[in-house]
Design a protein around this ligand. Structure first.
Ligand SMILES: Nc1ncnc2c1ncn2[C@@H]1O[C@H](COP(=O)(O)OP(=O)(O)OP(=O)(O)O)[C@@H](O)[C@H]1O
Length: 304
């Protein structure tokens, strides 16, 4: 059962023990070396963002953001609307090129992650808005998640011979396994577009899981769901980590779900990372409380 209980009652103003202290801003080599040492201390994170800044016109969506993601953890990114969460995920998967900073994935370092190679780097993602093939069955949608992993040529696939036929069968088998895993067996032959919204979101999760990604980016996987659907989805996300060892990075607005599901949470506000730590650390962080409640500290000394 998920712990989805979250209140602001534990506001005792305790200073947050950040897991990774922020580094003094020292330019050039000294800073790079310090950063490297810090990264090494963190169990060799599977993914690390190093000093990412990106602007759109006059809007700075992300400002000097650092983030590490350890192998096998469930890592949430939260923050008010417009805080920069989607931009951060778009930088991780190569949709956005930051103005400065670097992305480190599994020993590779990029200014811009090559989006077309994201699958080969072990990254899969889901989108904020559903992006299913509504006129295809659930099974076909889930199988399509392996399209980039297959090695046979388009012509070979079209005429269904040799390696292409074998890959097709393997893809179906793998899709069926994931469909069972996510309890979608009963709707496997139905058109995705005809399913209730909550199930469509689960089909999206299935399609993202089918290539067995090392890192799964979930952009608001529970948006628009009922409380029960959210709990089910949270259970499946956790099960994916337990069963397949998938490292999960998720953006989610429902703080209760995030607190119960995540190992560590990074909080963004106006493009800056204002807190980073365990759910308990973040829950008690005054900057986080202020960001969410919109408190102006100079003018509000009273109790909450
Ligand atoms: N492609 C883009 N073009 C122009 N502005 C953008 C683009 N992507 C993001 N932004 C701007 O960057 C800022 C951060 O947006 P982003 O979508 O990353 O925030 P968010 O935290 O995901 O917000 P929400 O919770 O509302 O989805 C916003 O001001 C947004 O308008």
């Amino acid at each position: 059962m998920l712990d989805v209980h979250y209140t602001f009652s534990a506001l005792d103003g305790t200073a947050t023990l950040r897991e990774y202290p922020s580094l003094p801003r020292v330019e050039t080599k000294a800073r790079t070396t310090q950063k490297q040492e810090l990264l090494n201390l963190q169990d060799h994170p599977l993914l690390a963002l190093d000093d990412i800044t990106i602007s759109f016109g006059g809007v700075t969506a992300l400002s000097n953001v650092d983030l590490t993601v350890k192998s096998g953890e469930i890592r949430a990114i939260i923050g008010p609307n417009g805080a920069g969460k989607s931009s951060l995920v778009n930088v991780m998967c190569g949709l956005y090129r930051p103005d400065s900073g670097r992305v480190h994935i599994n020993g590779h370092s990029f200014r811009q992650v090559p989006a077309q190679k994201a699958a080969r780097l072990g990254i899969a993602r889901t989108f904020q808005n559903l992006a299913l093939f509504k006129g295809l069955t659930v099974l076909d949608n889930v199988t399509s998640g392996l399209a980039f992993a297959r090695r046979s040529t388009f012509l070979g696939q079209a005429i269904g011979l040799g390696r292409a036929r074998r890959e097709e069968n393997e893809a179906r088998e793998r899709a069926e396994q994931i469909i069972d895993f996510l309890h979608l067996g009963e709707v496997s032959g139905k058109l995705a577009g005809a399913l209730p919204y909550g199930l469509q979101k689960r089909v999206e999760l299935a399609r993202a899981l089918v290539p067995n990604p090392q890192i799964l980016l979930l952009d608001e996987p529970m948006a628009g769901m009922t409380a029960t659907e959210k709990q089910e989805m949270a259970g499946f996300v956790r099960a994916a980590r337990e069963n397949y060892g998938t490292t999960i990075i998720l953006i989610e607005h429902d703080i209760g779900v995030v607190m119960g599901l995540s190992d560590r949470i990074a909080v963004l506000d106006y493009g800056r990372k204002i807190a980073d730590g365990t759910p308990d650390e973040v829950r008690n962080d005054q900057a986080v409380i202020d960001a969410y409640l919109g408190i102006d500290r100079e003018h509000d000394e009273g109790d909450l």
